[in-house]
Write a new protein. Sequence first.
Lengths: 115, 112
Amino acid sequence: GAVVSQHPSWVICKSGTSVKIECRSLDFQATTMFWYRQFPKQSLMLMATSNEGSKATYEQGVEKDKFLINHASLTLSTLTVTSAHPEDSSFYICSADRYRNTEAFFGQGTRLTVV
Amino acid sequence: QKEVEQDPGPLSVPEGAIVSLNCTYSNSAFQYFMWYRQYSRKGPELLMYTYSSGNKEDGRFTAQVDKSSKYISLFIRDSQPSDSATYLCAMSAGTGGFKTIFGAGTRLFVKA
C-alpha cells in the first residue's frame, strides 16, 4: 500500500507556542490531504481538507486562524497549531488521497501535549 | 442522528472465535465502504475496501455491504490476540477528494 509519513510522532510544547506537523506522501502524489483530530477512545473528527495549491476547506467549528494548513506540493501538507492551549492536546492524524482512489492512507499520527 | 453509527464496545472474545463488527448509516449516497484497524496510539490502517453492495474476502477477513439495509459488516475468522485493536468503519460518496465519514470505532479484545 501507499506510504504516508507524519512527523513528529509526538511533541510537547508550552502553552502559547506554535507547533508544526508535517504529512508527506512518500510514493505517490496526493491531490488531497485530510487532517483529523482524535480524542482518547473517540473516532476521527475531520478538521479540514486541503488540495494542493489552494486554500484548505475547514469543517464547521474548526478555527482556520488557529489551525493553519498549507499544501504547497503534491507530497507535503503541514498543519500548524498556533498559540497552543492545553485543550489542543490531542492525537492529530493526516491522510492522503490518491487521485481517483477513495481509500485514504493514513500517517502514523502526532500526539500533541500542551503544558 | 449521526451519519454512521457503530457500537464502541468493548467487545471481548476468546482466541479462535468468529468476530462480527457492524455499522449502520443513513446517507444513501455512500458508495465506498472501508474498514480500518487502529492500534493504540497509531494511525488507522486500511483492512478492507468495498465498492457498492456485496461481499469481499481477504484471508481471515470478510466484508459485507448491504446497501438496501444501509448496513455493513466485518467478520474476522479464527481471531487472534494480535487482532486486538479498534476497528473503524468508514464510508464515502465518491472518489478523488470526497470526505470519508468514520464510525466511532469498536474496541476488540481477543483473549488468549
